[in-house]
Design a protein around this ligand. Structure first.
Ligand SMILES: Cc1cc2nc3c(=O)[nH]c(=O)nc-3n(C[C@H](O)[C@H](O)[C@H](O)COP(=O)(O)OP(=O)(O)OC[C@H]3O[C@@H](n4cnc5c(N)ncnc54)[C@H](O)[C@@H]3O)c2cc1C
Length: 308
């Protein structure tokens, strides 16, 4: 799916004719509006499908035309380049994809559901094990793809099954054992779109769950900046945190344009509201080069970089 879009207006018109009127379609949609880092140029076409049928239609259309597409969650692990994205960005942000249904200790969550809502609903229903999701500003879809984690837990610790759509629009279900899952990645979801997942926790008292959530939140906000960011810029190399490595090298506060290494956390690059994507990319390159030169360690980005 590597073709660039030569006629975005025509593509948007053709897509509009294929999907229901409830599907949202926009042209030249600024991605800075859809990422927590608040940088990124326009997507040629931006789509929020109103149903699985409409999502399947968009995917089949992109496949038939060899049009590049990207699945966007809440954009909290994303750096979109300043020139934007030549293709179709698909976001499962409509309510039909964000439902959370609960039966005893199982939560059936749509891919668009916010992790914070999942954690809050789990507490309200006395389900323990989801507390760590509380402070991660992503969606279930993004958390599955990234195997997001915090406080010594990760998403796939609590996943019982994942419902997916392939790029031809066919729906199937996976057990986690049949998926390629590792630290901060589920490679299977490079080839499928997560529609939702069944999460399983354990019964516990609302009070104790609430206490753990409060403790996690306090721990997080004691070390994490409030300024716009995409979370951790780098994956942790073996045996040392990337943030600690950057901190120990005295690189906190390093700035390029409007992008700066957070003073609170060495692995966060923050936007002072004037940063461009290029500022952030340059800062990432500089940090990688300095860390490599000083320690021999190659840092790999955790944040996903897309666009032209
Ligand atoms: C302040 C802050 C704190 C953070 N703290 C943490 C933390 O503690 N732990 C942690 O792990 N991360 C953390 N993150 C990073 C980020 O929140 C997580 O990686 C999150 O899971 C990304 O979800 P998202 O919906 O925003 O995905 P996006 O950023 O939109 O997308 C990320 C990836 O997921 C893919 N994707 C999204 N939806 C789907 C879908 N339905 N099907 C298939 N693929 C999909 C995208 O294509 C992309 O490849 C933090 C980020 C910020 C800004």
């Amino acid at each position: 799916m590597n073709a660039t879009l030569e006629n975005p207006a025509g593509v948007a018109d053709e897509l509009a004719a294929l999907v229901s009127s409830a599907t949202l379609l926009r042209r030249a949609e600024p991605m800075a509006k859809h990422t927590t880092l608040r940088v990124g140029g326009p997507a040629d076409v931006y789509v929020e499908p109103a149903s699985e049928a409409d999502l399947a239609s968009v995917l089949k259309f992109c496949g038939a035309r060899n049009i590049k597409f990207f699945i966007l969650g809440r954009g909290s692990n994303l750096l979109v380049r300043d020139a934007g994205f030549r293709g179709v960005v698909i976001c499962l942000a409509q309510p039909v994809f964000s439902k959370i249904e609960i039966t005893s200790e199982r939560m059936v969550c749509g891919a668009g559901a916010r992790l914070k809502h999942v954690a809050v609903e789990a507490r309200r229903n006395g389900i323990a094990g989801m507390e760590f999701l509380e402070g991660i500003p992503g969606s279930i879809g993004g958390a599955l793809r990234m195997n997001a984690g915090a406080m010594a837990s990760a998403t796939f610790d609590i996943v019982e099954s994942v419902r997916v759509m392939d790029f031809a629009g066919e729906v199937r279900e996976f057990a986690p054992r049949d998926m390629a899952v590792e630290y901060r990645s589920c490679a299977t979801l490079k080839k499928y779109i997560a529609l939702g997942a069944v999460l399983r926790g354990k019964p516990d008292s609302m009070v104790e769950i609430g206490q753990r959530m409060t403790a996690y939140s306090e721990k997080r906000w004691a070390s994490q900046p409030a300024a716009p960011s995409a979370g951790c810029a780098f994956k942790n190399p073996p045996n040392i945190g990337a943030g600690r490595l950057i901190d120990e090298m005295g690189l906190k506060g390093t700035r390029i344009g409007g992008a700066m290494v957070s003073l609170e956390h060495g692995n966060f690059i923050v936007n002072d509201n004037k940063a461009t994507a290029q500022d952030v990319l340059n800062l990432i390159a500089q940090l990688r080069a300095k860390v490599k030169a000083a320690s021999g360690i190659t840092l790999h980005t955790e944040v996903e970089i897309i666009g032209d």
